[in-house]
Design a protein around this ligand. Sequence first.
Ligand SMILES: *Cc1c(COP(=O)(O)O)cnc(C)c1O
Length: 453
Amino acid sequence: MQHRKILLTENDIPDHWYNIVADMPNKPLPPLHPGTKEPIGPEALAPLFPMELIKQEVSADKWVSIPDPVRDVYTLWRPTPLYRAYGLEKALDTPARIYYKYEGLSPAGSHKPNTAVPQAYYNKMEGVKRITTETGAGQWGSALSFACNHFGIECEVYMVKISYEQKPYRKFMMNTWGATVHSSPTDHTNAGRQILAGDPNSPGSLGIAISEAMERAATDDNTKYALGSVLNHVLMHQTIIGLEAVKQMEMAGEMPDVVVAPFGGGSNFAGIAFPFLRLNFDEGKTIRCVASEPSSCPKLTRGVFRYDFGDTVGMTPLLPMYTLGHNFVPAPIHAGGLRYHGAGVIVSQLLKDQLIEARAHDQLECFEAGVAFAKAEGIIPAPEASHALATVFAEAQAAKEEGKPRTILFNLCGHGHFDLKAYDDYFSGRLVKHEVTSADIENSLAMLDTPLI
Ligand SMILES: *Cc1c(COP(=O)(O)O)cnc(C)c1O
C-alpha cells in the first residue's frame, strides 16, 4: 500500500510561530500616516488592535510563542495532513512528485482560523468585548465568528452587500456561531451613510466594508477590529502551516524544490512558504517559493512597489507594497479572496528582493486545473486554491519536458464547498478568460498620489 497521508500527532503542533522579519536581509519599510505621510509608531494602531497583536506586528523576534489556549483550539483540526498526490501525478503523467498541505479541514473550511483564533484570544485577554471586521465572500467572517464564539466575544461582520445577497450560506455559518452580520453599506456608520447618500442601491465593496468596520472599532472603547490577511502578525500566525509541513516533508524523506500557494493578500502563501524560506536563510537551501495570483488582479506580476492605502477610501496607514492602486476594481471573477489590490508588506519586500517568485493565471486555466485535481484526488478545491494548482500543473509539465523529477509542495488552503456556484458557472461557459489591459493598470496607477519608494 502506498502511503498517501503524512500525519503528525497533536503533540507535534508547533509551540512557536516563525517571524521571518528576523531573517530578512532588507527589513520592511515603516508604515506612514495617511495624512502627514510621516512614519507612524505602533501606538497609532492602539484604537484598532490589542497591544499584544501590535507588538507582534512590529516584532523582530525570530520565534513567537503560541499561547496554550490557542494551541488547544488548534487541536480541533490541527495538525493538518500532508498528502502525496499520487492520483494527480498519474493524471498529469509527470515525473514530478507532488505534495499538498490540506487546510480545508478547519471548522470554517480554510486556513483563516489559524489567525482568527489567536486574534480573538489576545482581544479576550485584554478585555475587549466586541470585534468588528469586513468580509467579501465570507471566508474571513466565518473564521472570525468561529473564533470569537470560542472565546466569548461578540463578533460584528460587515459583509459586502452583493455577497450578502448572492452567497447567503457563509452568512448562515456566521449566524450559527453567533455573529451579527450586516449588509454593507449600512446606515449605522458615517462611512456607510455617506455611500448610501450617493447611491442608495450601492452593491458595496470590500473597501467600504473595511471603512465601516474600522469606524465602529475606532469610535467604541470596548470594540476592536480584526484583519484576515496582509498584516505582519496575520502572516506570522499562518506559519503554523509551513512549520508542520517542514516536519512532514522530513518524515517523507525529501524537501520540496518548489513551494506554491495562491495569493490574495499573502497570508496562506506566507504560511506555507516562510518556514521553507527559513531553511534557505539558515541552511543555505535553494527552495523556490512561488505565489499564484489571478491575471485579473495581478499586483505581484504587473503592479508597482510603492506606498499605498490598504482600503479604497484612504483611511488606513500607507503601506510599502506591490499594488495596482487602491482605486483598482478587479473584474467580478469568482475567486473572491484574491481580488485585493495590494500585497502584504513583508511579501512585497521579499518579492522586491527576488527571494520569492510570482505567476499569474487566467481563471479558466485555474478552474480547469481545479476540476482535474478534484477528479484525481477527490477534494474540490476553493477557487482561490485552484490558482496554485495552475502553477503546480506548469511545474509538473516543466519536469516532464526536462524528463527529470522535481518535488512540488502546494497549499490546498481551502475546500470549494461554498463555491460550487462558481464551478457551475465554469461548466455552463459563463466564465470568460480575463486579463486586465495595460491601460487599465496604467489608469489606476496614474490616480495614485501616494509616496514613491
Ligand atoms: C482568504 C483566502 C485566500 C486569500 O487570502 P491570503 O491572505 O492571500 O491567503 C485564499 N484562499 C482561501 C481559501 C481564502 O479563504
